[in-house]
Design a protein around this ligand. Structure first.
Ligand code: HEM
Ligand code: SF4
Ligand code: SF4
Length: 692
């Protein structure tokens, strides 16, 4: 099932990767920098946010005006900054979603990678509220809807005894304190947690790529700026709480679940969010993965050179004080809970040399399941079967799907495919060994497409080692013309696989020089480079702008009005108070002498609300408080067809079984789009239908 899902996901990613590679080339392919691009968009959000904050007024009356001033009066800078702020936030959600999906479909979330995956989930919970609080601050009609719906969601949680949504029903209740709280959360609280969260997220990764390549940064900024100028972000009308907009331009990136509240109760929405989050947290263990043998250090052969620790992509190796009394300063120690069994450390260990033909090949660090010694035996074995003068040994990565496909077709009299965990597991001395001992005439290292290495640095380290730029380097005496690196680019597998194999074999007698790396650079020189890049940026900008307001969300249907029933009222006490006798009073400590002994608990409050005898809302509301001694809280938002209505609200706060303790019946002509609030005035002890 997992494999099926992953293959389906790869089938979506690979064509996209192939197209983008043609324009950007593997090094700049945005799909190889999704996490870094998300961080970069956060940077744009931060810088533009600082500009907005300088002009923003954190008050009910000032917020909308100050944003309008920036948008229209200062459109050339403030307006662009506002749009950049919104669009970069939206772009971050796209790259974040793709980042998550990519890690999943390429199986980079399981085993010891679970940590990065699981710490990614709270980042979602921080990013989305960060956007939501931002929408709140603009205080336009969308902000009102966001505030009201967010409060309705929060009201469901047993945090507040009073309804929070009530604060957004009429302007006389709303206070500036909400804006101060939102501004604090949006500008300081959530961003601080996000920075901490990202730090934790990449903690186990050696040299995490937190910055995308510069060209990609520049291109993304230009794309977002062009979008901001061409299609500026606008407010959606000033808030008038007596009116309800029929529809709203919703930012689907951040507010995706809000429309669910039209059909679902907040409890179901919370259930969905919690369920999805828990499922996401469990994904690395579904189904449980067989434990892989991790790298093992052999102290007798480790000289403490630190290369393995530098090259390990997952920070699994630490250099510790020497424990065996040898003259070296340090020794490599592998943390099994971090090791991903990629074998890159074997490729970097100078002691992993196959030339020791008559002594055991036991490097300082090795992979128990595919050791350097096993590799040498396998090479000797396959070389004996090779014939002719164009004998080629092709190293293919174990788990690379494309490599697996071509592997079976490679083996013939002249060609032999040998499995390794990752291209970078092969120490360069093995290539020297193959060519100098005439085990083959050429060597091909076939691995993952550039930038998308399963083990992050496999491609990079291999290229650098073969190009003699990184230790352990390929020795100078080795003829580079006999080595080819074949990073299996996605498009190489499109169409006829056998044609790919044939082309690969054809190139083997005269393998390409490493320095030219034709497979990796070919995309850049093609004529479609600029058009593909431009179209990719344009489509990305269109996607960002489009879903940030479209499709519009129908808040109420045409010709409908909205009615909110909202008040708090304490039910009567469950029994009569009893006057204490003097004797009883004397027994009590002086500070606890109350004349009356009243039962603490209160009765539930029963409420009915109807229109022309049609029951719209009926509820029995329990008292709040630990001792059931607080007020009962009533809150319900309803959409009603406009027109003349005979509205009735009745409430029972006693133990009576017939009639109502309080009620109001009134004929009201509801206008389309009108917002009517049904309130209970605690001072005057009567109901009010509040229309203004
Ligand atoms: C604010 C949101 C996020 C940001 C900024 C972010 C950023 C990053 C960065 C910079 C890396 C290192 C990439 C590298 O150097 O190879 C990374 C790795 C990773 N991220 Fe995220 N990430 C975010 C959210 C998520 C989420 C939501 C998930 C999944 C639930 C996730 C899963 C992973 C995994 C599994 C890795 C490790 C990949 C590996 O070991 O090769 N990330 N992330
Ligand atoms: S196999 Fe080696 S390089 Fe790979 S994670 Fe384990 S210790 Fe690090
Ligand atoms: S690369 Fe090899 S020799 Fe160097 S520290 Fe690591 S295990 Fe020891």
């Amino acid at each position: 099932m997992l494999k099926l899902l992953q293959r389906a996901g790869q089938a979506l990613f690979e064509p996209l990767r192939a197209i983008l590679d043609r324009g950007f080339g593997p090094a700049l392919n945005p799909l190889n920098s999704l996490g870094a691009l998300t961080i970069y968009f956060f940077w744009i959000v931060l810088v533009s946010g600082i500009w907005l904050f300088i002009f923003f007024k954190t008050s009910v009356s000032g917020a909308y005006e100050s944003v309008e001033y920036l948008t229209h009066e200062q459109w050339y800078l403030g307006g662009v900054m506002r749009s950049l702020h919104r669009y970069a936030s939206d772009a971050a959600i796209i790259t974040l979603a793709l980042h998550m999906l990519k890690e999943f479909v390429y199986d980079r979330h399981r085993g010891n990678r679970w940590f990065s995956w699981v710490t990614g989930v709270p980042l979602l919970w921080l990013t989305i509220p960060l956007g939501i609080t931002g929408y709140w601050l603009v205080w336009d009609q969308l902000a009102w809807y966001v505030a009201l719906t967010s409060a309705e969601l929060l009201d469901w949680l047993p945090i507040f005894s009073e309804s929070m949504a009530r604060n957004f029903l009429s302007s006389d209740v709303l206070s500036d304190r909400f804006f101060t709280l939102m501004a604090f959360l949006h500008l300081i609280g959530l961003p601080l947690f996000l920075v901490f969260g990202i730090w934790l997220h990449v903690l186990r990764i050696n040299g995490p790529r937190i910055n995308p390549p510069r060209a990609l940064m520049a291109g993304s900024l230009v794309a977002m700026t062009v979008l901001s100028i061409a299609y500026p972000a606008l407010s959606q009308g000033e808030v008038d709480m007596t009116q309800v907009p029929e529809s709203l331009g919703l930012d689907w990136y951040y507010l995706l679940v809000y429309p669910l509240l039209k059909a679902w109760s907040p409890g179901w929405v919370w259930g969905l969010l919690t369920g999805v989050s828990l499922l996401l947290c469990m994904v690395p263990w579904i189904p449980p993965q067989k434990a892989q043998a991790v790298a093992e250090v052999d102290l007798d052969n480790c000289n403490g050179c630190q290369r393995c620790a530098d090259d390990c992509p997952f920070s699994a190796i630490t250099m510790m004080e020497r424990s065996d009394g040898k003259a070296y300063e340090s020794e490599a120690v592998v943390d099994p809970s971090l090791c991903l069994s990629c074998g890159l450390c074997v490729g970097s260990c100078p002691t992993a040399t196959p030339f020791r033909r008559h002594t055991a090949l036991s490097p300082g660090i090795d992979m128990p399941d595919l050791s350097a010694s096993m590799l040498r035996e396998r090479l000797l074995e396959v070389s004996e079967k090779l014939q002719g003068h164009r004998r080629v040994i092709v190293f293919t990565c174990q788990d690379n799907a494309r490599a697996i496909k071509i592997r079976s077709k490679l083996n013939d009299n002249e060609t032999a495919a040998v499995d390794i965990i990752c291209a970078a597991q092969l120490p360069p001395s093995f290539i020297d060994f193959i060519l100098s001992r005439k085990l083959a005439d050429a060597v091909v290292l076939a691995g993952c497409a550039g930038g998308n290495c399963q083990y992050r640095f496999g491609v990079e380290w291999t290229e650098q080692r073969i190009a003699r730029e990184r230790d352990p380097r390929l020795r100078k005496r080795v003829d580079a013309d006999r080595i080819a690196l074949a990073w299996l680019e996605p498009w190489s597998n499109h169409g006829d696989t056998s044609a790919v194999v044939a082309a690969l074999r054809e190139s083997l007698p005269q393998p390409e020089a490493v320095a030219t790396l034709p497979e990796r650079d070919s995309g850049r020189s093609k004529p479609w480079k600029i058009p593909v890049t431009a179209v990719a940026y344009a489509l990305f900008a269109v996607l960002v702008g489009w879903l940030s307001v479209w499709p519009r969300f129908q808040l109420i249907n045409e010709g409908q009005a909205m009615v909110s029933v909202s008040f708090s009222h304490a039910g009567q006490r469950i029994g009569e108070c009893r006057r204490l006798t003097q004797q009883e009073l004397d027994k009590l400590p002086p500070n606890m002498r109350k004349l009356d002994d009243c039962p603490r608990q209160r009765l539930p409050v029963r409420v009915v609300f109807s229109s022309d005898d049609n029951m719209l809302y009926e509820a029995v509301l329990q008292p709040s408080g630990f001792w059931n001694d607080g007020e009962s809280s009533v809150y319900r938002r309803l959409a009603l067809p406009a027109g003349k209505k005979r509205l009735f609200i009745g409430m029972i706060d006693s133990s009576r079984s017939e009639g109502f303790d309080y009620s109001l019946e009134q004929e009201i002509d509801l206008m389309p789009g009108q917002h009517l609030v049904v309130n209970f005035d605690g001072t005057q002890q009567k109901f009010i239908f509040k229309q203004e």
